[in-house]
Design a protein around this ligand. Sequence first.
Ligand SMILES: [Zn+2]
Length: 267
Amino acid sequence: MLKHGNGIIYASSPLLGSVVFIAHGFLSRIGGISKGPFSSLNYDVREGDNKVNIEHHKAVVGRLFGFEAKRLLTINQVHGDDVLVIDKPVKNISDMSKTSADAIITNQYGVAIGVMTADCVPIILVDTVKKVIGMVHAGWKGTVKGVIPRTLEKMVKQFGSDKKAILAAIGPSIGQCCYEVDRSVVKEFGVTGSDSGDNEFIKKEGDGWRIDLKRANLNQLLSAGILEKNISMESICTSCRNDLFFSYRADGKKTGRQLNFIVMKGS
Ligand SMILES: [Zn+2]
């Protein structure tokens, strides 16, 4: 579901909307001040955008959702399956931003955890009983590595979460309509070169295959024990709608990254 606030457009999960102790958002590219390929609500400095723009975006989004810009943590995403655990108060959260990982979990109030995407799948996790939140970045590599089941296991191990109490929201990402891959990628999903490759989330088409990354991650959530009624999935394709979202595929390699975040309100 798309929402608007202070000129910013973002997707919101109706399922998470009913949880009173959190704020969350899958931000679009609309509502920022960056120019050119980063137009306009870019959050990533690595492709060459001006750092001042990104600081500005942190501030306006923080004001809109009620968290402090300096308490927003994004990390060095590497398409892996490592999970950063924050289980005690951290004074300078930005000190952790160089950590290489693709998921963050925390039980700390006021720490906004985020991942940046441009086609990859952002997934928010909320344990509504133990009050633990998670933010996951899953491209095809992270999906093959099982970053979702790894993150869920960490929530159980570190915080005693019961999977039946965990809500999961899959955010805007590339759809099967636009995600064509070659044989080498399909093979990584355990499909051999000789068969057609068709399954619940891989479809053979012409010389290539199309992967439904959202569906692959949905399957992993269900296999890991998350209840179907506790999962929401945003249907928007970031590549079809690159007017609204940054898309690595549709925009060419030089593009911005949108922010996906969750925070537990209060301190
Ligand atoms: Zn599409």
